[in-house]
Design a protein around this ligand. Structure first.
Ligand code: NAI
Length: 478
């Protein structure tokens, strides 16, 4: 007889494994199917999805290594620290990153055991629906069909590839190959100045690569607040990242010397980029094929996403839910996690809620970029009257002590009610500082609330308070 579960989760990434844990906490009998083994030496499926295996976690490990290298190489002298010649052992750096990934994925296996979640090793797809619920076929090391009253689809996304550009993950790489270079390429090309292109381009630039980024859009970082994008472009150019916007990519060839990208620049002139390696980071597409969705009467939209109810993540098939990168909204691990928790609680009959306007965004460049809520351009477009307050890290003692004076925080508040509508940061530790803004916005705080809250001195968080004060033209230290 096939195993029967209350909840089967398809996909063990941040959306899926968190949904499985929350459902188990709520007392359900839960299984989670995972098929991808990534680089597991035994070929065993690994939990954690793109984020843990080939995304957020490994890229942040490399970011940290490259930042240490840059600090010692270029900034130690500012502190009066003399160092001899500094070199990087890329193999060791990659091994450290792999160790962190192994630890983290092993940690989820432990959490599965602790919460009595059954791991189904193999590719899961719908076979149909019977009296006992949905039949889900597992095809892999485990070959069986299980039944479930509720199914949560959390299959994530994969890198979008461009027609005519064959990704081999050696010379032409997506996010997976770009995390495995055994040495810094002399010349690195990047197609797409989005999150991945800028984060990984920055890593390899710090380690010595000459990096050229080719971006199709005429503007830079279009999703960011326009003043943050301008500041970022200025700072990245100063660091030596060459960013070319408004280009049209032509053919890409591999020859004995490396990769040649022919393109048309923003002035309409033909141009050529010769590089040792190329990263293609032009977005991601949802993994919704080969799931047997047709067997349960589900269809995807024209971009491959699964349509869902905006409040409950329920699909058109009763008892089937979808979360994370396979549904609308930003492709962010923390958004997927929150949807995973939400769905488990919906199944349990609770009434959870996600305010998508309060989901923080972070780009882990140096300095980091982080924001929550509306940009200034979005407020203008919507005709919302607002006031803006901005404060630079250069006027903060802690930032100066850290040698991290670049960037600023901008607070946008409603002109009449003073409610915070958006907070935008470019600067050191932006990924942590943004949490205060997300909390404030969830509680519908006013800029004055932040301004009246005591912030520790000396700390970077004082910049947030000063920016909030600046919305009322009463910053104290400027
Ligand atoms: P992205 O959507 O951030 O950026 C892709 C860039 O490529 C855009 O600027 C786009 O205009 C450009 N582009 C598209 N087609 C092009 C073409 N033919 N030629 C030149 N440029 C072209 O996508 P990315 O960087 O691949 O990241 C994928 C997803 O992963 C994002 O949705 C992001 O949210 C997520 N992610 C998030 C991270 C974070 O939160 N820090 C880190 C890494 C990824």
């Amino acid at each position: 007889m096939s195993q029967a579960f209350d909840v089967v989760v398809i996909g063990g990434g941040p959306g899926g494994y968190i949904a499985a844990i929350r459902a188990a906490q709520l007392g359900f009998k839960v299984a989670c199917a995972e098929s991808s083994s990534y680089d597991d030496p035994k070929g065993e499926p690994r939990l954690g999805g793109t984020c843990l295996n080939v995304g957020c976690i490994p890229s942040k490990a490399l970011l940290a290594s490259s930042e240490e290298f840059e600090k010692i190489n270029h900034h130690a002298a500012d502190h009066g620290i003399k160092v001899g010649s500094v070199s990087i052992d890329s193999k060791k750096m990659i091994a450290r990153k792999d160790d962190i990934v192994t630890k983290m994925t092993g940690g989820i296996q432990y959490l599965f055991r602790k919460n009595k979640i059954t791991l189904l090793k193999g590719h899961a797809s719908f076979e149909g629906k019977g009296a006992d619920g949905y039949q889900v076929k597992i095809d892999g090391k485990d070959k069986e069909t299980v039944t479930a009253k509720n199914v949560i689809i959390a299959t994530g996304s994969k890198a979008r590839h461009l027609p005519g550009i064959a990704v081999d993950n050696v010379l032409i790489c997506d996010n997976e190959g770009a995390l495995k270079f055994d040495s810094a390429p002399k010349k690195l090309g990047v197609i797409g100045a989005g999150v991945i292109g800028l984060e990984l381009g920055s890593v390899w630039r710090r380690l010595g690569a000459e990096v050229t980024v080719l971006e199709a859009m005429p503007s830079f970082l279009g999703a960011c607040d326009i003043s943050i994008a301008k500041e970022a472009q200025k700072l990245f150019a100063k660091q030596g990242l060459s960013i070319n916007t408004g280009v049209k990519i032509g053919d890409v060839k591999v020859d004995k010397k490396g990769v040649v990208v022919n393109y048309t620049d923003s002035a309409g002139k033909s141009a050529k980029l010769e590089c040792d390696r190329l990263i293609v980071s032009v977005g991601r597409v949802p993994n919704t094929d080969k799931l047997g969705l047709d067997k349960i009467g589900l269809k995807v939209d024209e971009r491959g996403f699964i349509p869902i109810d905006d409040h409950t993540c329920a699909t058109a098939a009763p008892g089937v839910y979808a979360v994370g990168d396979v549904v609308r909204g930003p492709m962010l691990a923390h958004k997927a996690e929150d949807e995973g928790v939400l769905v488990a609680e919906v199944i349990a009959g609770q009434k959870p809620h996600i305010d998508y306007n309060c989901i923080p965004w972070v780009i882990y460049t140096d300095p980091e970029i982080a924001w929550v809520g509306k940009t200034e351009q979005a407020l203008k477009e919507a005709g919302i009257a607002y006031k803006a307050g901005q404060f630079p890290f250069a006027a903060n003692g802690r930032a100066l002590g850290m040698g991290r004076a670049d960037g600023f925080i901008k607070v946008l508040a409603d002109a009449k009610t003073d409610e915070i509508l958006g907070v935008h940061i470019i600067g050191a530790n932006a990924s942590d500082l943004i949490a205060e803004a997300a909390v404030a916005m969830e509680f519908k705080a006013a800029a004055e609330d932040i301004a009246r809250i005591c912030h520790a001195h000396p700390s970077l968080s004082e910049v947030m308070r000063e920016a909030a004060l600046a919305t009322d033209s009463r910053a104290l230290n400027m």
